[in-house]
Design a protein around this ligand. Structure first.
Ligand SMILES: [Zn+2]
Length: 230
């Protein structure tokens, strides 16, 4: 009980604020206020998961089935602010909450039997050490919790991805082709996997991860990003 009093006192002195608009949060709110949640640029990819512009990015490059993104990425938009908080402002829990929100939405929209495991796109170990967490894994953990399945780190990133600015789509894909490795190949076979990343831009990372997983014969590979754009 004493702990609760102390928490109440702390929240009076240092009220938690919304990650986006900085307004003080109500006790029933977590990281984001209701107004900002209502303004999230949510997509409708769940309605056309097998045939959309995101799927087109990896057509012919990787064996990916459904491709979806929770948010539409736009520069200087709400999704960019969220990603900035998640990646650079030490907010892993924000990624997890967004994962839970999308996972619950997918559960309610017919995806409750779609996957056995969630597989986050890994960070290079040095980058992970610097940041302290993998934001894609945090998003994956939220998704997995809502979907009532596990998040499994089946992949490792062997070498850091070189800077990808000013490269064509194909060059970028070649760049990441040999970057990933499966660390638990026996556990991949026959599984319906949901590969998860924080951002989808060219599709190169998704393709590289999917091709690495495919070598170990999963039943299916689908993909979800927290945000996707051009
Ligand atoms: Zn807000």
């Amino acid at each position: 009980m004493r702990f609760n009093y102390w928490q109440d006192f702390l929240s009076l002195v240092f009220p938690e604020t919304c990650c986006i608009c900085k307004r003080s949060l109500f006790p029933f709110e977590n990281q984001l206020c209701k107004v900002c949640i209502s303004q999230l640029p949510i997509t409708n990819y769940h309605l056309i998961p097998l045939d959309n512009d995101l799927k087109n990015k990896v057509l012919g490059l990787a064996p990916v089935g459904m491709v979806m993104s929770y948010l539409r990425f736009s520069k200087k938009g709400l999704s960019q602010k969220l990603l900035h908080q998640i990646k650079y402002k030490n907010k892993p829990s924000l990624a997890k909450i967004l994962g839970q929100m999308y996972g619950s939405f997918l559960m309610d929209n017919g995806f409750d039997q779609s996957w056995d495991e969630v597989v986050p796109v890994p960070l290079y170990h040095k980058k992970l050490k610097i940041r302290g967490y993998n934001q894609s894994e945090q998003f994956a953990l939220g998704l997995a919790k809502a979907l009532k399945i596990s998040s499994c780190n089946h992949l490792i990133r062997k070498i850091p991805t070189p800077t990808q600015t000013n490269k064509s789509r194909m060059e970028r894909w070649e760049n990441v082709e040999d970057v990933f490795e499966a660390c638990s190949p026996a556990e991949i076979k026959g599984k319906m996997l949901l590969l998860v990343d924080d951002v989808l831009t060219t599709g190169a990372t998704m393709a590289a991860c999917a091709n690495t997983l495919q070598e170990h014969h999963p039943k299916s590979i689908d993909f979800i990003a927290l945000a996707a754009g051009n």
